[in-house]
Design a protein around this ligand. Structure first.
Ligand SMILES: [Zn+2]
Ligand SMILES: [Zn+2]
Length: 301
């Protein structure tokens, strides 16, 4: 009986691991389908443009750009999950333990600098940044490029959805930017409950709001990670004012996006080998805080 319940529990646990990926995939596909509907059915809005040549070019351009963003999001997410940054399968014993190496009691092995244990992944992760709850996997040395590119295209896709939704929303209302339309955008649920809006306008307002919130959150997260990349830090190292692994912005970007960093963000299929191995890092300042760089203590009389 105990064996059966533990087997059921481990199966439920492994199913739950995939839940964030399933939910995220559903959200990305749902937003893309909604924007595709706007482009194909709702736009162009002017009756005279309905069957014009410009209309067909306009629609084709929008559909192509949507597919480009969707393809980038899905493929980057796929490679992010595939390129696990954990130490499983990495031969560390011959690396030669030096400064910054630690011992992980959970994995029972020595681990290199910038590597740390993740209790969710149940493994130590090379150049660990953080555990991403939306993907259910750690962000680290091998998959940081795909994580950043995914954020970039999610942010661009949501901004695109915000602009298109706002335009169609204004057209559905047919009243421009008034107090009524502003209130509807700010609190669509209340406007629906007091009967001040049609269900169709409510749906557009609700989706536009969701995209605005999503766009702000993802863009803020992207900005934070671009800053970290330029500073040569991980999220765990952000709290320290010292940057011993920073090699200058160009080499810091190269360390994250690979040798073809100027092209790597355009498509995940562009080969861009990482310069390091995730085990050894060039250091430009002492790893430990020395007494001369330590913060001065409180003055004594
Ligand atoms: Zn460990
Ligand atoms: Zn993890």
């Amino acid at each position: 009986m105990m064996r059966l319940s533990s087997r059921a529990w481990s199966r439920a646990e492994s199913c739950c691991q995939f839940m964030p990926v399933v939910i995220n995939t559903f959200l990305v596909l749902a937003i893309t389908a909604e924007v595709m509907y706007l482009v194909v059915v709702e736009a162009p809005r002017e009756p005279g443009e309905q069957h014009g040549e410009w209309s067909a070019v306009w629609k084709a351009t929008h559909i192509a750009s949507q597919l480009f963003m969707l393809g980038n999001i899905m493929w980057n997410a796929r490679l992010f999950l595939k390129r696990s940054p954990s130490i499983r399968g990495v031969f560390l014993e011959g690396a030669g333990f030096g400064q910054g190496w630690k011992y992980c009691y959970s994995c029972e092995t020595h681990i290199p600098p910038r590597c740390s244990h993740c209790s969710d992944c149940k493994a130590c992760v090379l150049r660990r940044d953080h555990h991403c709850v939306f993907f259910g996997q750690c962000v680290g040395f091998q998959n940081y490029r795909y994580f950043l590119s995914c954020l970039l295209y999610m942010s661009a896709g949501l901004l695109y959805a915000v602009v298109l939704n706002s335009e169609v929303f204004m057209l559905v209302l047919q009243e421009g930017l008034t107090l009524h339309s502003t209130m509807l955008l700010l609190m669509p649920w209340i406007m629906l409950l007091i009967g001040q809006v049609t269900p169709r306008a409510f749906i557009f307002a609700f989706i536009a709001d969701t995209c605005v919130v999503g766009c702000l959150c993802v863009s803020a997260f992207l900005l934070f990670h671009v800053t970290l990349m330029l500073r040569g830090q991980t999220t765990r190292e952000w709290y320290s004012s010292r940057r011993p692994y920073s090699l200058g912005w160009r080499r810091n970007v190269c360390e994250c996006l690979g040798q073809r960093w100027y092209l790597a963000w355009l498509c995940p299929l562009i080969p861009s080998p990482l310069p390091g191995d995730g085990i050894h890092f060039q250091v430009t300042a002492p790893l430990a805080e020395t007494p001369s760089t330590a913060a001065p203590g409180p003055p004594t009389n």
